[in-house]
Design a protein around this ligand. Structure first.
Ligand SMILES: Cc1cc2nc3c(=O)[nH]c(=O)nc-3n(C[C@H](O)[C@H](O)[C@H](O)COP(=O)(O)OP(=O)(O)OC[C@H]3O[C@@H](n4cnc5c(N)ncnc54)[C@H](O)[C@@H]3O)c2cc1C
Length: 383
């Protein structure tokens, strides 16, 4: 007998887990499928910052602010320790050429009412005393938050299961199942079909290929991203530091870029990222390996900006496919194929994950959303 669900969610990252949880909580019979497992894609490779400062303006910013407020209630919502903490962030102009963009980011957020600060000189040294003197021209500062990514996603799944969510890992979706121009389920890689009234594609860097099976051109691309964690050390960083260059250059479709993002985990490990590199520029057998080039580049960056980290040992490195869209806007909302909902390509994930999950549940149960998502899904074309 063919299996049937109210909704199938493809992907077990921040967005798939949040969609699965909120759909099940809303009473929708939901199946979540992941070809690897929960938090095994980019959502298990990231630093858990609940990022606000870097949001694009307009609808993305409104969604980010709503998401930021919602994330502060998620421990209560899930009745679980997800490691939520206030955690300040710096976005740093390391070179004069990055000042105009940073000034723009500051001015637009300030005008929107965000309590963002502009730091230079002594104020910057006070905010991050271990930053090499004179290494940074200016920075913006905002008190945002962070979660422990695995605790958060596992809690969404645990609570989702209590509401009836079914989760299957190691199951790859080969294509979307279409009938009469509508999406009516999925076809797995073993050829079996599972039917549902709604399919939610939250497949991160797998989104583009999967949606192509429904004739859709979804502009979610990905780069190879590399990161490190050091041994745990005493409190060293006050903030999550990201180079303004990261936001300007990280997803260059032509070449590899190394820019410094550095934070200290809940447990004291220094988290270091990242080199991003287009997959087309990486040999097939190196897609899932950290590169020597990255090790050298990131070491040079770290020592330039935080020289006191010189004697600290690296414990672990990892690689992930990191999704992005050229517009920096997510592909989110009802696709131009009935029955299909897309939730991928978000610039920052943790901060908007819960509101995205809630919105998807509303789209499924009430066929309406609290946001006009047309500009996000308007990016989807036909092949
Ligand atoms: C080093 C690093 C640090 C970062 N730090 C932060 C941070 O601090 N805060 C933040 O908000 N963001 C951060 N990010 C970005 C963030 O990790 C991603 O934006 C986010 O994880 C994307 O989530 P997702 O659910 O869309 O995709 P993913 O987490 O990649 O999940 C997609 C899932 O879909 C599954 N899948 C794909 N195709 C199929 C298929 N055909 N069938 C079945 N399953 C499929 C995959 O196995 C995967 O598990 C960071 C990224 C990197 C690389």
């Amino acid at each position: 007998m063919t299996e049937r669900y109210g909704a199938i969610v493809v992907g077990g990252g921040y967005f798939g887990c949040a969609c699965g949880y909120f759909l099940a909580k809303a009473g929708v019979k939901t199946l979540l499928l992941d070809e690897k497992g929960i938090a095994r894609g980019a959502s298990g490779a990231n630093f858990g910052n609940v990022q606000v400062q870097d949001a694009s303006m307009g609808l993305s910013y409104d969604l980010t602010l709503a998401g930021f407020r919602r994330m502060q209630t998620m421990e209560q919502e899930l009745d679980a320790d997800i490691g939520y903490q206030p955690y300040s962030s710096l976005i740093a102009a390391e070179r004069e050429e990055h000042l105009p963009e940073l000034r723009k980011l500051y001015a637009e957020k300030k005008e929107a009412g965000l309590d963002i600060r502009w730091l230079e000189g002594q104020a910057l040294r006070d905010a991050e005393p271990n930053l090499a003197p004179g290494a940074v021209v200016a920075a913006t500062w905002f008190l945002q938050g962070r979660v422990y990514p695995f605790f958060y996603q596992y809690a969404l799944i645990r609570r989702g299961r209590e509401h009836g969510l079914t989760v299957r890992e190691d199951v790859s979706v080969a294509s979307l199942l279409l009938e009469g121009g509508a999406c009516v389920g999925v076809v797995l890689s073993d050829g079996s079909e599972i039917r549902a009234e709604h399919v939610v594609v939250a497949a991160g860097s797998g989104t583009r290929a999967l949606c192509a099976t429904a004739g859709l051109d979804v502009p979610v691309y990905s780069v190879k991203a590399e990161a490190f964690a050091t041994e745990a050390i005493a409190p060293f960083l006050n903030t999550y530091y990201s180079s303004a260059a990261f936001f300007a250059e990280a997803h260059d479709p032509e070449k590899a870029v190394t820019s410094l993002c550095i934070g200290q985990s809940h447990y004291g490990n220094i988290l270091l990222a990242e080199t991003t590199k287009p997959h087309t520029a990486v040999a097939d057998d190196c897609q899932d390996r950290t590169s020597i080039e990255h090790c050298r580049n990131i070491k040079r960056k770290v020592l330039e900006f935080f020289p006191a980290l010189e004697p600290i040992d690296i414990l672990r490195s990892w690689v992930t496919a990191s999704p992005y869209t050229p517009s920096n806007e997510p592909v989110f909302g009802k696709a131009p194929v009935p029955g299909l909902i897309l939730a991928a390509g978000f610039k920052s994930a943790a901060v908007v994950s819960a509101v995205v999950g809630e919105t998807v549940a509303q789209l499924v149960t009430r066929d309406t959303a609290p946001w006009d998502l047309s500009s996000f899904v308007g990016q989807v074309g036909r092949m």
